[in-house]
Ligand binder design. Structure first.
Ligand SMILES: CC(C)(COP(=O)(O)OP(=O)(O)OC[C@H]1O[C@@H](n2cnc3c(N)ncnc32)[C@H](O)[C@@H]1OP(=O)(O)O)[C@@H](O)C(=O)NCCC(=O)NCCS
Length: 186
């Protein structure tokens, strides 16, 4: 599948700027992603997140982007794009079935001001308009209330629970699945 190009100019508004990850972001990502809430909900392994994990992630995501399967961005401060607020990605992008998944996380100090909501709006809007996606899914743990509120604010519809859906923290975890169709983004 054709590689996915980063939107140019980068997707941005007054709250977030979505740009490619850079090697110099590794320490910032390491610090932000090591936050207990991120580790609880967005890190599936039992081992602590390390610098090697951050570096491996950049390489994996670049491979997926080149293969046309994913577009992963740093969520940066639009007033200072070196400041990392969090991360987000469109993943499992399938141009044939016109479906993709969306995921996100924020550093603790970036929460509570709509950064995740703005990120999802920008990224999902772009997936519909530029990639022609017809269905975007968002999955999260049943106890991840903040993430479910992001989904609701953006117009996603809760479809149900996928039982024993993912390998997580040495066991398995259910997922709540939401979907967004063209015209539903709020
Ligand atoms: C999920 C997560 C990104 C949500 O962060 P968040 O700060 O609650 O979400 P937003 O950035 O959209 O901010 C929304 C909050 O800011 C408030 N807010 C302030 N200004 C806002 C604005 N302009 N637009 C939207 N919300 C705004 C909202 O009222 C909301 O607060 P509430 O949920 O208490 O009502 C965060 O909890 C996180 O990083 N968790 C760990 C990783 C994770 O779980 N990732 C998802 C895996 S599925």
């Amino acid at each position: 599948m054709a590689e996915l190009q980063y939107p140019m100019p980068p997707l941005a508004d007054t709250v977030v700027l979505l740009r490619p990850w850079r090697t110099e972001d590794v320490p910032g990502k390491l610090m932000a992603f090591g936050d207990p809430l991120v580790q609880q909900f967005a890190w599936s392994r039992t081992t602590a997140y390390t610098e090697a994990d951050a570096r491996d992630y950049f390489v994996e995501q670049e491979t997926a982007r080149r293969a046309g399967h994913a577009l992963t961005v740093a969520v940066a401060d639009p007033r200072d794009e070196a400041t990392i607020l969090g991360g987000a990605s469109l993943y499992d992008v399938d141009r044939e079935t016109e479906r993709a998944g969306i995921g996100y996380w924020l550093a603790p100090e970036a929460r509570g001001r709509g950064a995740a909501t703005h990120t999802v709006r920008l990224l999902a809007g772009w997936a519909f308009s530029a990639l022609g996606m017809k269905r975007i899914t968002l999955t999260c743990g049943p106890d991840n209330d903040a993430s479910q509120r992001v989904a609701g604010r953006c117009g996603f519809v809760r479809e149900g629970v996928l039982r024993s859906d993912v390998v997580f923290k040495g066991g398995r975890r259910d997922s709540v699945v939401f979907s967004l169709l063209p015209g539903e983004l709020r």
